[in-house]
Ligand binder design. Structure first.
Ligand code: NA7
Length: 545
């Protein structure tokens, strides 16, 4: 931090101040939450670890970082003026455009004056006597709030695996989501990247261009489709803007928070091989369309395998070296059960002379050495090591805040066997705490901006209801929570999702309970359920005065 920034943070520090609400995080969720709280005349403080707004798009500056939902839809809808005025430059926005947009939102709605940057929440506990939340930060703040609202993102707690010898590495190493804002000069460098999830798949083509040689250490190959990203077509943009309200409504009622093609009503097993190939070819480049080509691809392993093999064949056609192609072809888990990636020239990158794929499933990484990395089969000399190793998803950001509810029960202890929530927004024992896109809500299985707005609006309506009715506290009831948890598991088990070792299940973090965390029942259905709860006088919640 510069001296000027230090001074600005210092002058912004608060002590023992009381707010109506404290919000953690200044990404899209935290910013929109703040805007709505202010609109209702409530006092609010936002604490943000970063030095700027944007959340995911502030932190994930790695080369090639890009959103995988269309820009016209991955944006906030609450201000039609902003929606009309803002111009996206590409169909899928790169990180820089999204960060610019986040800054625009902050400026346009004058949000910065209530956001304290460079500040991490390290403790939040519910005081049983005053019925208020006490929040503490790493900069010495101690404030209280009636409502404690987490907007810290689902993928913000980085995961750097505990590799033996990492501290001995004499080169530079970076986690992709902590990439330096000033960039990294990789000219003439021998670079190694560990991880081939969405992040690795986006970064690898760019790192290959920038470095002298790139070693890709792959444990599990991923299904990826070409994004066919383009500059924004003005006619498309215009047409979209003319009918924005209808598009937004369709997204809100959809399965995943973006408009996707309707599912076919036909089983893949009833089609001929030619019909299947034609359907898959027609949907190539659009993963939602690909999964919708037949009605049983996400639920029937046999139907799923047809698409999986189609994608593997595309990889085999693209990658010239058949051994490398086979290593890159995902096997052993259904397509769509881990996040399907969309890429810009990912598989083509393996045809370059300066790129080497290393299979660390067969020969795992044994240790990081001072000069590089050693697997059970070989040693690699590296100047720079890039960890595209993902996140402690969904629960990680919440646990890192040190949240303690009624009777001294910590959230971590309560969720020892996996997250338990009512509607993914609240949890028993933590009154007046709301989790924006928490576990048990569509969250990461949806377009985040759609789900964020739905949660924020629901929270604001709830707070308004409480005030209007002279009520002080809201907390879910144990029975309602049990039923919701059961329902979340039940719908997940109707799909093929549990068959992959994904971060949706916590499978990427050693020791994390294997529980499917997001709600797969669909954004539209979920919204209806939340609205019904309100219509039935907050069914499943206990409201006290
Ligand atoms: P992901 O999808 O969790 O990918 C992490 C990658 O790192 C994945 O290929 C992992 O292999 C690999 N990994 C993790 N630990 C290790 C170790 N110890 N050794 C070797 N390889 C390892 O994270 P991303 O950042 O790519 O994407 C997260 C989400 O961000 C994405 O889904 C989008 O929603 C946006 P594994 O598969 O575990 O074998």
């Amino acid at each position: 931090m510069s001296q000027a920034q230090e001074e600005s943070v210092a002058s912004n520090l608060v002590s023992h101040t009381e707010y109506d609400a404290v919000v953690v995080g200044a990404g899209f969720a935290g910013m929109y939450m703040l805007h709505r709280l202010r609109e209702k005349g409530l006092s609010a403080r936002v604490f943000e670890t970063g030095e700027g707004v944007g959340g995911t798009w502030y932190w994930n500056r790695y080369p090639g970082a890009r959103v995988d939902s269309p820009s016209m839809q991955y944006s906030l809808s609450f201000s039609s003026e902003m929606e009309q005025e803002w111009k996206w430059s590409e169909f899928y926005s790169p990180q820089a455009d999204l960060e610019k947009y986040a800054n625009h939102v902050a400026d346009r709605f004058d949000l910065r004056r209530d956001i304290q940057f460079g500040t991490r929440v390290v403790g939040a506990s519910f005081d049983d006597d005053t019925k208020r939340w006490l929040i503490e930060t790493d900069r010495g703040d101690s404030v209280s709030a009636k409502y404690f609202i987490t907007a810290a993102g689902c993928l913000s707690a980085t995961n750097v695996p505990n590799f033996k010898g990492i501290e001995s590495f004499e080169g530079q190493w970076y986690h992709t989501s902590r990439w330096p804002a000033e960039g990294v000069d990789l000219t003439g460098k021998r670079v190694g990247i560990i991880g081939t999830g969405s992040t690795g798949i986006q970064a690898i083509p760019v790192l290959a261009e920038q470095s002298e040689h790139l070693h890709v250490f792959q444990r599990t190959p991923n299904y990826s489709l070409p994004s066919n990203n383009t500059k924004m077509d003005p006619a498309f943009e215009q047409e979209w803007k003319q009918t924005y309200p209808q598009h937004r409504q369709a997204a809100r009622e959809s399965a995943v928070g973006v408009e996707i093609p309707a599912f076919s009503d036909r089983s893949a097993l009833d089609a001929t091989e030619e019909e299947r190939q034609a359907a898959f070819e027609g949907a190539w480049g659009n993963y939602a369309a690909l999964l919708a080509t037949f009605n049983d691809i996400t639920t029937n392993p046999e139907a799923n395998e047809f698409v999986a093999e189609f994608v593997r064949n595309k990889i085999r056609q693209t990658v010239k070296n058949p051994e490398v192609a086979e290593l890159l072809a995902p096997k052993g888990y259904p397509i769509g059960t881990k996040r399907i990636c969309i890429d810009s020239g990912y598989f083509e990158t393996y045809n370059r002379d300066n790129v080497t794929l290393v299979d660390v499933k067969t020969n795992p990484i044994e240790e990081i050495t001072p000069t590089g990395l050693r697997t059970t089969a070989d040693s690699y000399d590296l100047d720079v090591l890039v960890f595209a190793t993902g996140f402690d998803a969904m629960t990680g950001p919440l646990f890192r805040m040190g949240i303690v509810g009624k009777d001294g029960l910590s959230l971590q202890d309560k969720w020892d066997a996996g997250p338990r929530t009512y509607l993914g927004i609240s949890t028993v024992g933590f009154p007046n705490m709301f989790m924006i896109t928490g576990p048990g809500s569509p969250s990461v299985l949806s377009n985040m901006t759609t789900s964020i707005e739905q949660h924020v609006d629901w929270i604001i309506d709830t707070i308004t209801y409480l005030k209007k009715n002279g009520l002080e506290n809201i907390e879910p009831m144990a029975e309602a929570e049990d039923q919701w948890v059961e329902h979340v598991n039940e719908v997940a088990n109707l799909t093929l999702y549990p068959r992959a070792n994904s971060w949706y299940l916590g499978a990427n973090i050693p020791g994390k309970p294997r529980v499917f965390m997001p709600y797969v029942g669909g954004v539209g259905n979920y919204r209806k359920k939340c609205d019904e709860v309100v219509a039935n006088n907050y069914e499943g919640f206990e409201l006290t005065g």
